[in-house]
Design a binder for this molecule. Structure first.
Ligand code: ATP
Ligand code: MG
Length: 764
């Protein structure tokens, strides 16, 4: 910068304003200081300095008075032409009352190339900005500006520039710095304008869309009315509610909402929310009930007609209904309000044994409507209880939807697969189910969407599950468990003939006698093509047969289509491979046990070996804590009873492995099998491959009772086992095993592990 001679000038303060070089401005002389300064400006020059918040800027401009006059309001004023910048120096005692200071003129230094470049960018940006705000006529003025310094100063004309920035601009005597500042502010202004444009474009778009939607909605309503469907007017809604048998509490809530709807603008979102809510409430089958009477004879007849066998289960169901009937008739109540209740039934058993279809059958036997609520995979509470109305797309929970679907307030609701619910639930939705299942609470079930209480106490709830373990304890406590085990081959065949076959035949468009299965075919399919506790796959295979038969009949073959055992390979493909127990037990140290899983009973193998190390047996194959204790017990028994069977002592550590590691296993019932496998290993005597066993053991070698006997025996039979060893105290459970299976098997009741070993180990 070039510094020329310092001058002493009177200061003209400009309150809250900034005068930059080259500006010609009119300054009102409002203060004594200002008037004094003007009077003192002998040669017409003074130092024009901004005063912001009572403080003078450090730099001002030397101004030359062009004109003196008065403003329309009578205030004296000056027209000043700003020349160059001058630094405000120290004050001096001057000739008049004005404030005199040393003014040190600072002129812009010659520009550098870099500054020229920056000036080009600033010019472009400024023009851009002007174009955006409609100041195009001013762009010519920008071109006229002489050099980078004045160009940067011109930014001071920008009306939106803050006072602070103007002062900063004035105080920045370095041209390069001033350019940088100016450029950054212009770019900032540009960005802001672009953002504002963007927002306003969006708003316009939204407005357009809303208008379009409103228009479409009106058109749709018109179309609906034209077609005579839906499009209920609000008056219709009112009439509809008048006809409904609403509980008093609900009626008052509804009335309030109807009034809200009247006062809400017709096309508003709020109105549409209220309307949806009201329509949902109107859909609930208020006061609609199917037969309340329970006729036990009819019920039994229906259950028998729908399902073969299952006598015990049917007995339990009838008992349950009998209790319900008496409680209703005698108005037995569980609480002071006089409400009825009763336990919730849960049907538990492997897949395909008829749990779901029994639930449906119960509904039929009661003459009630039926709805199935699939709970498998449900993850959050809102599914059961609904979303609060404030949620976008809120709707009631499954229970309310279930009632709507049922069309009555006292249906049978099947809570299907309640055991699949606990697994990955979030936000504790089981509490909602708890409320439903608790007879003391379910007369006042609250759906988040409806927001009022619903009486569910007349709903018959039936739950189904494959396993009990994954059902949350509190839920389990409220249920009366009825277990369904698997079927024997004989039972499956009967079910197939009575129910499955007639069903698949009709389903495939055949007449009842057009598919003829030779005697023994169904049994053969069940034994060789399926390995299941229930009849699900069997039904699918029969369906395949019926489909093939239908194809042939449709192709011109004269019915009936006869299917014999020899045709099965062609029609169904290869049989399901059997568990080859004799191949699995190829050496000492392996024994066949029996277990119950979610799929029913199954055979499981226990493999043992001696490995390096010492201490507790090493266990592998996803085993639980109880299993570990059981293994330790077996290990101790080996020492005490092993001698009799020629078992040598363990040199190292025993390793016990349960193959099929993906399935978690726990429970004490493999104790007998582990002991047998260990003694087999140490004695070198193989375990007979046609023997399977189950039972807990005590430290003295006693065989203790276990659960799931029927399932286990059925599984052994399916696997082609001939001898089954069960604890003596489970003797009574064998009564549940179907005759055909009991006859086919050699079932031994064992008291002590020695009996097991005598039977199971091959001779030395
Ligand atoms: N005892 C039976 N008498 C007649 N039909 C039966 C019997 N058991 C099962 N079924 C039939 O077998 C099919 C499968 O039964 P269902 O779907 O009820 O099994 P589920 O026990 O619910 O199995 P999942 O646990 O897989 O849900 C149904 O068509 C059912 O009618
Ligand atoms: Mg089912």
């Amino acid at each position: 910068m070039t510094v020329t001679d310092v001058r002493v000038l009177p200061v003209l303060p400009v309150p809250d304003g900034v005068v930059l070089p080259d500006m010609v401005v009119t300054v009102a002389l409002e203060s004594d200081e200002a008037r004094a300064a003007t009077d003192s400006a002998a040669d017409g020059d003074l130092l024009v300095v901004p005063r912001v918040e009572g403080r003078f800027a450090r730099v001002g401009v030397i101004g030359h008075i062009e004109n003196r006059g008065t403003l329309p309001n009578g205030t004296p004023a000056l027209t000043v032409r700003a020349l160059g910048r001058a630094r405000v120096g120290s004050g001096v005692v001057g000739a008049t009352a004005a404030l005199w200071v040393e003014a040190e003129p600072v002129d812009d230094e010659p520009t550098t190339e870099e500054q020229d470049e920056m000036a080009r960018r600033l010019r472009a940006a400024a023009k851009n900005l002007l174009a955006k705000v409609g100041g195009r006529p001013l762009t010519a003025a920008i071109d006229d500006l002489d050099g980078p310094g004045p160009l940067a100063d011109a930014v001071g004309y920008w009306p939106d520039l803050t006072l602070d920035r103007r002062v900063e601009l004035l105080e920045t005597t370095d041209v390069g710095e001033r350019l940088r500042l100016a450029l950054s502010w212009v770019e900032e202004a540009l960005a802001e304008i672009e953002l504002r444009d963007e927002i306003s474009r969006k708003v316009t778009e939204d407005l357009d869309r809303n208008q379009r939607e409103a228009l479409l909605q009106r058109q749709m309503q018109a179309i609906k009315q034209e077609l005579g469907e839906g499009g209920e007017s609000d008056d219709d809604l009112r009439t509809r509610f008048d006809a409904l048998d609403l509980p008093e509490t609900v009626r008052s809530v509804v009335a309030k909402e109807l009034d809200r709807l009247d006062s809400a603008p017709a096309e508003s979102t709020e109105a549409s929310w209220i309307r949806t809510w009201l329509e949902t409430v109107a859909e609930v089958p208020w006061g609609v009930r199917s037969a309340e009477e329970i006729d036990l004879d009819v019920a039994r007849a229906v259950l028998d007609a729908d399902h073969t066998g299952l006598d015990k289960v049917k007995d339990r169901l009838i008992e349950h209904l009998a209790v319900r009937k008496l409680r209703i008739e005698r108005q037995v109540s569980d609480d002071r309000a006089g409400r009825r209740s009763g336990a919730i039934l849960a049907l538990v058993g492997p897949p395909g044994v008829g749990k779901t279809s029994l639930g449906e059958s119960v509904a039929r036997s009661l003459g009630r409507n039926f709805v199935r609520m699939a709970l498998g995979g449900i993850r959050d509470e809102a599914e059961i209880r609904g979303h609060r109305r404030t949620y976008v797309g809120a709707r009631p929970g499954r229970l309310v939807r279930g009632l709507v679907e049922a069309g009555s307030m006292n249906p049978v609701i099947l809570l299907d697969e309640i055991d699949k619910v606990g697994a990955d639930w979030r936000g504790d939705p089981s509490s909602a189910l708890l409320e439903v299942l608790d007879p003391a609470q379910n007369h006042s079930f609250r759906d988040h969407y409806l927001e009022f209480e619903l009486d569910l106490s007349d709903v018959v709830f039936i739950a189904t599950a494959n396993v009990l373990e994954t059902i949350p304890g509190p839920l389990l406590d409220r249920m009366e468990i009825i277990t369904l085990e698997g079927y024997s081959e004989q039972e499956k065949a009967t079910i197939a003939h009575d129910h499955l076959l007639p069903r698949v035949v009709t389903r495939n468009g055949l007449l009842p006698n057009e598919l003829e299965l030779v005697d023994g075919v169904v049994e053969r399919i069940a034994t060789d093509w399926t390995r299941e506790a229930g009849v699900r796959r069997l039904e699918r295979l029969l369906d395949t047969l019926a489909r093939k038969a239908a194809t042939r009949v449709a192709g011109g073959e004269a019915p009936p289509v006869r299917v014999g055992v020899d045709d099965l390979g062609d029609m169904l493909g290869r049989p399901t491979p059997r568990v080859q127990t004799d191949e699995r037990i190829d050496r000492p140290g392996i024994a066949t046990g029996l277990a119950v899983t979610g799929n029913g009973g199954d055979v499981l193998f226990v493999e043992t070996a001696v490995v390096d190390g010492e201490g507790e047996p090493l266990l592998t194959g996803q085993l639980g804590e109880v299993m570990k204790e059981s293994a330790a017990l077996a290990r101790s028994l080996v020492t005490s009873v092993g001698d009799r069977y020629g078992a040598r002592s363990v040199q190292g550590r025993l390793h016990v492995h349960f193959p099929a590691g993906a399935v978690p296993k726990d429970g004490p019932s493999a104790g007998v099998t582990m002991t047998t496998a260990m003694i087999s290993l140490l004695s070198g005597r193989k375990v007979r491959s046609d023997v399977a066993m189950t039972g807990e053991i005590s430290l003295q070698g006693r065989v203790l009772p276990i659960g799931g006997v029927k399932e286990k025996v059925l599984a052994a039979h399916r696997a082609g086992i001939r001898t089954v060893i069960v604890p003596v105290d489970n003797g009574d459970d064998l009564e549940d095993v179907p005759d055909d299976v009991r006859d086919a098997l050699d079932i031994h009741l064992a008291t002590h592990i020695a009996e097991v070993l005598d039977l199971a180990l091959e001779p030395a």
